[in-house]
Design a binder for this molecule. Structure first.
Ligand code: E4P
Length: 221
């Protein structure tokens, strides 16, 4: 299972990248708008720091605009993946970009049919947004289950990138289904690292070590 960080926050990206936990990054205009840096500078820096694929999103909605923006975004680095919205013009752009050898991540996928069509157009990744579906009372994880099964049935090379993840259980479920990638906000990754029993256990180990040092001052590890 690959773990991408769903963030444009440089300190978070550096922190988790240094732990070896970041296989790639996904960004979007909302995430960029939350940071103080100029978006172009920020995207360039993220692409430089992270070795894996970095999804950068177009903001045009016409095929020609998306293709032109995609070629511009590719100049940030060889690991750029261009994020294209799941609309008709987007599908045409994916087709063109695939012919141009540019990898794409199709965003805002909310149905199995959309995922199939994005894959058929040549997408490298499809991003079903499961948390936003859960928010409407639909089961986001069922979408992942169906898409993964269909892609497997027909040997599609498109990877399923589980997006809009809201909690650590989403990660476990996505892994059990066999989705190739999960993209996580930094807060979810932090929750996955922590366990109260780990902290409690460590405190007890260190307390016992201190007691031992009092009894035998020369003790060393
Ligand atoms: C994925 O690429 C998107 O950036 C992201 O997962 C959206 O998540 P949200 O629903 O929490 O905004």
């Amino acid at each position: 299972m690959k773990i991408f960080l769903d963030s444009a926050n440089l300190p978070s990206i550096k922190k988790y990248n240094d732990m070896g936990l970041v296989d790639g990054i996904t960004t979007n205009p909302t995430l960029l708008s939350k940071e103080k840096e100029d978006p172009a500078d920020l995207m360039r820096e993220i692409v430089r720091i992270v070795r894996g694929p970095v999804s950068l999103e177009v903001v045009g909605t016409k095929t020609e605009e998306m293709v032109e923006e995609a070629h511009r975004l590719m100049k940030y680095g060889q690991n750029v993946v261009v994020k294209i919205p799941m609309i008709s013009d987007g599908l045409r752009a994916i087709r063109q970009l695939t012919l141009d050898g540019i990898p794409t991540n199709v965003t805002l996928i909310f149905s199995t049919n959309q995922a199939i069509l994005a894959a058929k157009a040549g997408a490298s990744y499809v991003s079903p947004f499961i948390g936003r579906l859960d928010d409407t009372g639909q089961d986001g994880m069922s979408l992942i289950r169906e898409v993964v099964q269909i892609f497997r049935n027909y040997d599609f090379s498109t990877e399923v990138l589980v997006a809009s993840i809201r909690h650590p259980l989403h990660v476990i479920e996505a892994g059990k289904i066999g989705a190739e990638v999960v993209t996580l906000p930094p807060e979810i990754l932090a929750k996955m690292i922590m366990h109260p029993l780990t902290d409690k256990g460590l405190t007890a180990f260190l307390d016992d070590w201190e007691k031992l040092k009092k009894e035998k001052p020369n003790v060393r590890i």
